[in-house]
Structure formats: structure tokens, C-alpha cells
Design a protein around this ligand. Sequence first.
Ligand SMILES: NC(=O)c1ccc[n+]([C@@H]2O[C@H](COP(=O)([O-])OP(=O)(O)OC[C@H]3O[C@@H](n4cnc5c(N)ncnc54)[C@H](O)[C@@H]3O)[C@@H](O)[C@H]2O)c1
Length: 266
Amino acid sequence: MSKLTNKSIVITGATGGIGAAIARALAADGAAITVADLSQAAADNLAGEIATAGGKAIGVAVDVRERAQVRAMLDKAAEAFGRVDVLFNNAGIAQTRPFLDITEEDWRLVTDVNALGVLIGMQEAVKTFQRQAASGLGGGGKIVNTASIAAKQGYEPLAHYCASKFAVVAMTQAAARAFGKEGITANCFCPGVVATPMWDVIDKGFRDNKLTTKENEAFDSFAATAVLGRASQPADLVGVARYLASSDSDFMTGQSLMVDGGMVFI
Ligand SMILES: NC(=O)c1ccc[n+]([C@@H]2O[C@H](COP(=O)([O-])OP(=O)(O)OC[C@H]3O[C@@H](n4cnc5c(N)ncnc54)[C@H](O)[C@@H]3O)[C@@H](O)[C@H]2O)c1
């Protein structure tokens, strides 16, 4: 038995680089995972892989910007596994734009997923946790948000992405204050430069905007600032995810843990 055995854990953006690593690892720990992402087929695929490996998982399609879909995601998790213990708000998108070129449309695109999506996820998760407490299923509940080094530093040309991630930290702190008395915690972790499809998008954006010329040049130059001397892999985020999902972090709330190989010291 691990501390996560039979914990019902919902992960958004769960078929992406970081989300999938966390989903696989926590399923191997014995948690029941709701694999939630835009594509039902991709979610079912990963849930099937987890089941084949002996774990428990369901796949759910969700667009985190849509409250009704987020509500349905949490209800499906509760229906499949009896309750919801943890929500990872991990879905996110990035876009590279020089500061002066960011349009209102760019701003809305990025902040709708990364900030509004997290607000909706947190609100609906708290309602789920409160409902469980009122119906004798046990109180408490954990929210874990994926923030970023970009939640602590403004990077050009990612101003709107950074703003969306600063917002994640703000909402994490506010929710921690709002729901602490109910035993509901909210924390986030802040990855650095992780080799996932998201960085392919960022790196291409640097080239498209003529800020770099070579493939992976932006990725390599950002990653080179990590004092541990390498870029992150999704597996580097599994330890912090496991900690924040388990009872080991019960007395911690409102916090942002930097797991970036030593890029940003706060
Ligand atoms: N890769 C990095 O270097 C890095 C660094 C810091 C923080 N992060 C954050 O980590 C999280 C995961 O990113 P990743 O690197 O694994 O990227 P990724 O692109 O591999 O995965 C992101 C996932 O989010 C999903 N998604 C996007 N929009 C969605 C929406 N509207 N509704 C539901 N799902 C949606 C995508 O389909 C994808 O599977 C993001 O929040 C990202 O901002 C990444």
C-alpha cells in the first residue's frame, strides 16, 4: 500500500508531456486516475495503457475553458471511483510573441486556458469537495496547479504566458486562504524548461519571430541557465506531484514549489 492507493486523482492536460508522466507514475502508486484532455481518443489511449499495466484509469474529454465540461469531468471521476481526492489543473498552452506584437486575441487565447481554466477547475473541485463533506464521504481535498518559472519571472517574449502563470500563483494563494478551514488545500509547482511538445511550440515561435535561427536554440539557451546543468524531463516533476497529492503535504497550502533545476531562486 502506498499513500496514494485508491486515491481518486483527476489530471487535466493529462496526455501531454508532464501530465502523462504524472498520470503513469501516480497510477503505478495505486491511485485511480481520471485522464482528462481535449482529445477523448488520446485520453482513452493513456487510460487503456494504465489499465493494461494493472492500474485504474478512465479517459475523459474536457476543454478546461468550459465550465460544464469541467463539471462533467469531476462528476465522471466521482462516479467511477466514488469520490475525488485531488485535482491537478495541469492543462496549458504557450505562445511566443514579442511584447509589442501581443494582440488582444493572443492574450485571451493564452489566459483563457492557463488562468480562466484553472479558476474554473478550482471552483468546481471545491464544490465537489464540499459536496463530499456534506454527504458524509469525508472532508478535505487537494488542488495542485501547474504553474511555471514564468509564474515568478517575466520573460520576453512570453509576457502573456507569464501573466497567466502569475495568475495561477495568485489563485492558489487566494483559494488556500478561502478554504483552509475546510481542510481543502491548494498548492502549485513550478517547472523550468521541460522537454515536452509545449517547448516545441515555444522554440518554433522564437524562430518564426526571428529571435533565434536554429532548432532548439531557444530551448537550449533557456535550459543552460539551470544550475543543475540540464533541461528537465517530465519525470523530474513526478516527485513533487506525488508529494503534493499525498498526505505528506497535508499541512501545506498556498505554496509554489520551484522544481526547475535551479533557474529561479525565491
Ligand atoms: N514544458 C515546460 O517547459 C513547462 C514549464 C513550466 C510549466 N509548464 C506547464 O506544464 C503544463 C503541462 O505542459 P506540458 O509541457 O506537458 O505541455 P504539453 O503541450 O505536452 O501538454 C499540455 C496538455 O494540455 C492540453 N490542453 C491544452 N489546452 C487545453 C484545454 N483547453 N483543455 C484541456 N486540455 C488542454 C493539451 O492537449 C496537452 O495535452 C502546462 O500548464 C504548462 O504551462 C510547462
